[in-house]
Design a protein around this ligand. Structure first.
Ligand code: FAD
Length: 316
């Protein structure tokens, strides 16, 4: 089986999620190549060449690929499938944008959010917000997968690898859509989807001003900031903070949920965290059923106390 792994990146760096995707790919096949699509992204191709076991890295440069527009990406990816049995993505917003169009254009039903690989045709994936696991067997000659990166341990780069990088040029003539702009929240905090520690706040914070309690605690713990959908919907934070079924699915070492009740849709995004700590004033809040450590307290007392403690410890 020959696999092609499509690299998620920001133009400069390969996304750390790809290290988990490689762990998944290695359970499927030893024969895999990578493709880096974008514009002025040769540094990413160099990094992809250090993914362990990769056979060949395709570097596809075109200004039309600069912003990850699905129409253009699919034009570039479609012909590449001829040489492969399976095309593999990380399950993230990049692939959620591209994958449906690619699947339709290739007439392949994709298997998304793969959390476990049973064999070359059989995969497990969560359904109903992670409350049930479906085992999916595909009989298609070729497949497209997206990998739930929280379910696979990241591998390490092979710094001694000397994989060839092959430049490919593609013709893209589409005028279907136009990139207008990117609005993203600049933050000096670690990236939420790959951070080892995450502090998340929910509706219990009550306002965007109060949400600074979460930001401050995260800063002092060197953690990323997350939020429940209720906090996002209430406008406390932008929606790229959202953790859960319709937000980011993460598996940090430590997840601290503050003023979050623990709805199934939220748990779907964080229950793979190694240690879960919850602070909530309602002792019956469902979050305590998944928490390793729980504190029943008013967050407006507990969070400043916790922060003062952490600050003192780091000073001592
Ligand atoms: P609440 O459920 O209102 O909980 C607030 C908590 O704060 C309560 O437990 C309360 O006791 C506590 N609290 C209040 N004041 C204090 C205080 N002073 N001190 C301590 N604790 C306090 N949700 C997500 O998070 N992510 C998703 O991706 C997501 N996707 C969804 C998809 C669908 C299709 C649907 C239908 C829903 C989805 N939801 C998602 C919404 C989800 O069902 C819940 O509504 C949401 O997670 C609730 O957020 P919350 O826990 O912040 O709010």
């Amino acid at each position: 089986m020959k696999a092609l792994l499509v690299v998620t990146h920001d133009g400069q760096n390969l996304h750390p999620q790809m290290l988990s995707v490689v762990s998944a790919v290695k359970q499927l096949t030893k024969d895999y190549d990578c493709v880096v699509l974008g514009y002025q992204c040769s540094a990413v191709a160099q990094q992809a060449a250090q993914l362990p076991g990769v056979g060949l890295v395709y570097h596809v440069e075109n200004s039309a690929l600069a912003n990850g527009m699905a129409e253009n990406m699919v034009d570039a990816l479609h012909p590449m499938m001829t040489d492969y049995d399976i095309m593999i993505f990380a399950s993230n917003t990049f692939s959620k944008n591209i994958l449906p169009r690619l699947a339709v254009s290739l007439d392949i039903s994709p298997v998304t959010d793969v959390a476990s690989i049973v064999d070359q045709d059989t995969f497990k994936r969560p359904i109903y917000a992670g409350n049930a696991i479906a085992t999916v067997k595909t009989k298609q000659a070729k497949n497209i997968l997206s990998i739930r990166t929280a379910s696979f341990m990241p591998c390490d780069f092979d710094l001694h690898a000397s994989t060839s990088i092959k430049s490919l040029s593609v013709q893209i003539h589409r005028d279907l859509s136009k990139f207008v702009g990117l609005e993203s929240s600049a933050s000096d905090r670690p990236d939420l989807s790959s951070a080892k520690r995450v502090v998340s706040g929910g509706r219990g914070l009550g306002s965007s001003e109060n949400f600074s309690l979460i930001e401050d605690l995260a800063k002092c713990l060197g953690a990323a900031v997350g939020a429940s959908r209720a906090a996002v919907d209430a406008g406390f934070v932008p929606n790229d903070y959202q953790v859960g079924q319709t937000g980011k699915i993460i598996s940090p070492d430590i997840y601290i949920a503050i003023g979050i009740s623990g709805a199934v849709q939220h748990l779907a995004g964080m229950k793979d965290a190694r240690i879960i700590i919850a602070i909530d004033k309602d002792e019956d809040a469902p979050i305590f059923q998944v928490a390793d450590y729980g504190l029943v307290a008013d967050l407006f007392d507990a969070v400043p106390e916790l922060q003062a403690y952490v600050t003192k410890r780091s000073r001592d």
